[in-house]
Design a binder for this molecule. Structure first.
Ligand code: NAD
Ligand code: UGA
Length: 461
């Protein structure tokens, strides 16, 4: 079959795989190829067990893979054969050298740029899909124009705003698609080419264009604003616990103001995931780099509150359980950083588990999708004190406390009376996500400790 357009994506991760699957699904006349240096990842994309769990992804992959969606490791050949190239490689926080712990590590991006330069024989549109510091396109352009070969490269910024767990819906019906380019003749032509792709299924008014630096910066700012809302509500949850106010009631009252809005006001154990922390750190680094220390400090406080919230949660567990966890069995319900994903990157569960182990507790971890990743994350920790049991009833049996760390829908439907009966007494329940019916659990016999609400304890005077 002759395809109308050929599209390549470098990086077959959480973003590259689902976002290209959506393009292939919506544009059956385009050929979409996804490449990666990681052979195991490519093999998994070509297998029945995809490397990423996302509701709805399997179905789309089944419809597109082998038809107009292909996964391969043959990066060089694909660069040569495709003229529209998305770059969706990882951009973690730098762990070494200047800017360690804050700046973005751009080594994967730079390697990709060099590969594109080396293997291109025709003009290319190179699209930044990874989240990047503002001005990265300039570095990309400098690399791509570093030889005298007569090939032109147009660099476009098209940051991705999907969330894990709802990625397919977000990609299908995005709030907006942002496309930034230079406002030169060829920049605008490249921008139009990309607008054409999205316009196949995204309403025109939702496709917004901007200059390239605004697009790069908007992505960091969107994540910073979202994380800031989580830290704001979590900071107020601490005050609620001191004053008998209820954080859900406060969030509802505040969120009904249409200027504020109700989303992202759920108090919990703090935000996790691969991006919020790294993107804010990156923003903080950029602000400091440009001499804006007060702005940097303001954004850094969002991360500080996130850490404070996790420490507060652990202190509450310890304090409520008579200041000793040594030898006690604690069951963690959920390890993924949020529901509907197997992803555990920066999950608060990792930090919380380590703190519990430091108190010499035994930890039983349960999760419907994230146990494999949890075992990888905790490979260096005290293995003998950790067990992994998917069935929540088996996991909780014989434990002193239940700790809800991920708001999986299935936890809301558990038979907590049955769970209570199988646990050691007195029995503690720490709901780090305010996910379940606390009054009901209290009536079953649990001592219940929610976030930002009065505790329901049988042990109180
Ligand atoms: P990921 O780690 O899951 O995937 C990145 C992939 O790139 C990896 O499979 C890696 O092997 C591959 N890669 C690295 N260097 C390569 C090279 N030179 N050639 C070919 N492949 C290479 O990361 P991700 O979660 O998909 O995130 C990718 C980018 O998108 C990041 O910048 C992230 O901030 C951003 N982002 C992520 C999300 C999300 O929900 N995960 C959402 C929006 C934006
Ligand atoms: C986030 C953004 O929502 C996406 O728009 C963005 O594209 C993505 O980061 C990215 O750049 O990687 P994601 O991290 O997948 O998406 O998931 P979110 O739904 O944003 O949740 C992040 C964390 O905040 C989770 O740990 C979640 O439990 C927590 N959260 C979220 C709360 O504690 N309370 C809330 O009200 C909302």
């Amino acid at each position: 079959m002759k395809f109308k357009k050929k599209i390549l994506c470098i990086g077959a991760g959480y973003v590259g795989g689902p976002s290209m699957a959506m393009i292939a699904y919506k544009c059956p006349d385009y050929m979409v190829t996804v490449v990666d240096i990681n052979q195991a990842r490519i093999d998994a994309w070509n297998s029945a067990e995809l490397p990423v769990y996302e509701p709805g992804l399997d179905e789309i992959i089944k419809k597109t893979r082998g038809r107009n969606l292909f996964f391969t490791k043959d990066i060089e050949k694909q660069i040569a054969e495709n003229d529209i190239i998305f770059v969706s490689v990882n951009t973690p926080t730098k762990t070494f050298g200047k800017g360690a712990g804050k700046a973005a590590d751009l080594q994967f991006l730079e390697k990709t740029a060099r590969q594109i330069l080396e293997h291109s024989q025709s003009p290319k549109i190179v699209i930044e899909k990874s989240t990047l510091p503002v001005k990265t396109a300039q570095a990309m352009e400098r690399i791509l124009s570093s030889t005298k070969r007569n090939i032109t490269f147009d660099v476009i910024s098209n940051p991705e705003f999907m969330s894990e767990g709802t990625a397919m819906n977000d990609l299908d019906k995005p709030d907006r698609v942002l496309i930034g380019s230079h406002e030169t003749k060829s920049g605008l032509k490249a921008r139009a080419e990309l607008v054409d792709i999205y316009a196949r299924w995204v309403p025109k008014e939702k496709i917004i264009t901007s200059n390239i630096w605004s697009a790069e910066l908007s992505k960091l700012v969107a994540n910073a604003f979202l994380a800031q809302r989580v830290s704001s509500i979590n900071s107020i949850s601490a005050l609620c616990e001191k004053t008998d106010a209820d954080i859900s009631e406060v969030a509802k009252a505040v969120g009904m103001d249409s200027r504020i809005g109700s989303k992202f006001l759920k108090a919990g154990i703090g935000f996790g995931g691969s991006c919020f922390k790294k993107d804010i750190l990156n923003l903080v680094y950029l602000c400091n780099y440009y001499g804006l220390k007060d702005v940097a400090d303001y954004w850094e406080s969002v991360i500080k509150i996130n850490e404070y919230q996790q420490d507060r949660f652990i202190a509450n567990i310890l304090g409520s359980m008579f200041n000793t966890l040594a030898g006690k069995k604690i069951c963690l319900l959920g390890f993924a950083f949020k529901a509907d994903t197997g992803d555990t990157r920066e999950s608060p569960a990792i930090y919380i588990t380590r703190k519990l182990l430091a108190e010499h507790a035994q930890v039983v971890i349960s999760d419907p999708k994230a146990l494999k990743n949890a075992a990888i994350d905790l490979a260096q920790d005290q293995g003998s004190k950790i067990s992994y049991i998917e069935d929540p009833y088996l996991a909780a049996s014989g434990c002193h406390a239940l700790v809800i760390l991920t708001d999986w829908e299935l936890y809301k439907k558990l038979d907590f009376q049955k769970i209570y009966n199988s646990m050691v007494k007195p029995t503690f329940l720490f709901d780090g996500r305010n996910a379940i019916d606390h009054k009901k659990c209290f009536d079953f016999g649990f001592n219940v400790y929610p976030i930002g609400k009065p505790a329901l304890s049988h042990l109180m005077d």
